[in-house]
Write a protein that binds this ligand. Structure first.
Ligand code: SF4
Length: 367
């Protein structure tokens, strides 16, 4: 008979129900979306819209803005109207801002049940307002602001405590026949976070927003997020992601997209296949790889560019790529689609690669 097909690398996607965050579908068979949050004061409308424009250009699908005060709530109508991507209002403490955000035309509202006193009494009104406006919600449970009652019951923010909080709130909305929400159960420890999302995923078909909260500065936060998201997305769990870094939000989008591309959940765009270099390297590979990466940043066509320090693995990798260089002897052999098209002196390698990449991109046309 036929040989069995190899098992897929990622488990089949969990069947979540689909919701709408403005123009972006989340859950079901919708692509996993990437989101971030602005760092500008929301009251500074121009700065916030500028940052949203930068995020949009970097590939962000959905943006969230903080609404800590009345002035921030007052800024929402203009921001929601002028943003090119759906805007989610992030609301703690004050239920009245939820209603204002809905009226302002925000695509969705994130509510943190742990931080809204008497929130449960307001669920019916919130559900009705959201439903009438076609606005979705996120029930955003966070280890740092877990419901006091659950903190006492569980002693700390265990996976069970996070899930209990989320499932409780979800149940309240569902009792009001409101289903257009996603859930997050964030923790700063990737292992606890993975446990929480696994448990939550088994309890219902809610679309899930993945996040390792307070993941840290760029290096640590990138690794924590990539590790946790890799496990969960590998199990088919996760419908939208937010990488939290103590770094500018555009960096979060770059990391998020790179995670999805690494898992083949997004088309790979520019990919630099550069060697780590070793004692055989005949060129400064780090500088060369950085310069090539910088020169090609913003390229929107899929392109694998190999930057190899010597001829041992150089020609092989360079041939596998769309474009590449294998260095040696003060020169670089430039490969395009497996063929050496020219050999240039070392100082011309970067410019030549950028030129050839541009040529390939032009042939492929805009994406
Ligand atoms: Fe070392 Fe050459 Fe391999 Fe780079 S390509 S790591 S320089 S052997």
């Amino acid at each position: 008979g036929m040989p069995a097909a190899p098992p897929p690398v990622l488990a089949p996607r969990r069947r979540s129900r689909q919701i709408r965050v403005g123009s972006v579908l989340v859950g079901g068979d919708a692509p996993v979306s990437v989101q971030s949050m602005t760092t500008t004061p929301t009251t500074d409308i121009n700065a916030t819209l500028q940052q949203i424009a930068e995020l949009t250009a970097s590939g962000c699908d959905i943006v969230r803005v903080a609404v800590p005060s009345q002035d921030d709530a007052d800024a929402l109508p203009i921001i929601a109207r002028k943003s090119q991507i759906p805007v989610i209002a992030d609301i703690h403490f004050q239920p009245k801002y939820v209603f204002q955000a809905i009226d302002a035309g925000c695509a969705a509202v994130r509510v943190n049940p742990g931080n809204i006193r008497q929130f449960d009494d307001k669920v019916g009104e919130i559900a009705k307002a959201a439903k009438d406006a076609g606005v979705s919600l996120r029930i955003g449970v966070n280890a740092g602001s877990l419901d006091a009652r659950l903190l006492q019951k569980h002693g700390k923010a265990t996976p069970e405590a996070l899930v209990e909080s989320a499932v409780w709130e979800a149940g309240l909305f569902e009792e009001h026949d409101f289903h257009d929400f996603k859930i997050s159960v964030k923790h700063n420890d990737p292992i606890v976070m993975v446990q929480a999302y696994r448990q939550l995923a088994a309890r219902g078909d809610w679309p899930l927003h993945l996040g390792v909260t307070e993941a840290g500065p760029a290096f640590q936060g990138t690794i924590k997020s990539a590790t946790a998201f890799g496990i969960l997305l590998g199990e088919g769990i996760g419908d939208t992601i937010r990488v939290s870094l103590s770094a500018p939000p555009v960096e979060e989008i770059k990391v998020g997209l790179q995670i999805l591309q690494s898992l083949n959940l997004r088309e790979r765009k520019l990919e630099i296949v550069s060697c780590p270099s070793c004692g055989r390297a005949q060129v400064d590979v780090y500088t060369l790889a950085d310069q090539v990466t910088a020169g090609l940043e913003g390229m929107t066509v899929p392109l694998r560019v190999a930057v190899m320090g010597c001829i041992v693995n150089g020609p092989g990798e360079a041939r596998e790529a769309d474009l590449g260089v294998a260095s040696g002897n003060g020169k670089g052999q430039i490969f395009v689609k497996g063929e050496v098209i020219k050999t240039v002196p070392e100082h011309e390698i970067v410019a030549t690669l950028i030129e050839e990449a541009q040529r390939i991109a032009d042939e492929l046309g805009p994406d």
